[in-house]
Write a protein that binds this ligand. Structure first.
Ligand code: COA
Length: 194
């Protein structure tokens, strides 16, 4: 998705992640920075987003879908976070959060009556949005968020999970493939004014 170059300015600069990058370079690591990072990851929890999370979530959503402003995302999120998703089909947002209350990413999952390539007789879980802040990527957070979303869908009786992404978002395609999704279709969307 269109996660832009400003990602680090927007979301960067937490000391756990900095510690991890240093750890990755080996020579720069200090025992304390690695311990802080490990503690943060060990205690990273996944929870359902609530109305109090709206500002943080709107900012992450705006980053993922920049065509809408943070204010528009806030408007969209209000019913969802209050447990009244549009369309009356179940939907929820899960957040990844450190023990210090630092939000590191989200997954928005809904139930759809059908999805391309899935059994039309059964509702499916659908990933509507999926985002991890840049400094926290490649640490398994998206995988943990997905596992939670999948369990949520299973609990609703779904037997399949579906998703989509842009053709040029190769990173997202790699993540989907790594986490068990198969490609079922490729589309070109059109419009014309009437
Ligand atoms: C896609 C996104 C949510 C993945 O988050 P993440 O927490 O970094 O993903 P994970 O660490 O759980 O990665 C799980 C696996 O996916 C694969 N993967 C993750 N990032 C990858 C990348 N940049 N390139 C190739 N494979 C990647 C790896 O196999 C990884 O497992 P590994 O690290 O053990 O090798 C994150 O990159 C993001 O927010 N991107 C911008 C927004 C976006 O594109 N969202 C998805 C749209 S549907």
């Amino acid at each position: 998705m269109n996660a832009g170059d400003s990602e680090h300015n927007l979301f960067g600069g937490n000391h756990y992640a900095t510690g991890f990058r240093a750890a990755s370079r080996r020579r720069a690591v200090t025992p304390m920075s690695l311990k802080l990072y490990n503690d943060a990851m060990k205690d990273l929890g996944i929870r359902v987003a609530e109305p109090r999370d709206i500002r943080e979530l709107a900012a992450m959503r705006h980053h993922l879908w920049p065509a809408a402003s943070a204010a528009e995302h806030t408007r969209d999120l209000t019913p969802l976070l209050s447990g009244n998703p549009k369309g009356n089909l179940p939907a929820v947002v899960f957040l990844a959060e450190t023990s210090e209350g630092r939000i590191t990413g989200f997954i928005e999952v809904g139930s759809r009556s059908h999805a391309d390539g899935c059994d039309p007789a059964m509702p499916v879980g659908f990933i509507e949005g999926w985002f991890v802040k840049p400094d926290w990527r490649r640490k398994g957070i998206a995988a943990r968020l997905l596992a939670e979303a999948e369990q949520w869908a299973r609990n609703l009786g779904c037997r399949e999970m579906a998703s989509d992404t842009w053709i040029n978002n190769l990173e997202s395609q790699e993540v989907h493939a790594a986490l068990g999704f198969e490609v079922v279709d490729r589309c070109v969307h059109y419009r014309k004014s009437l």
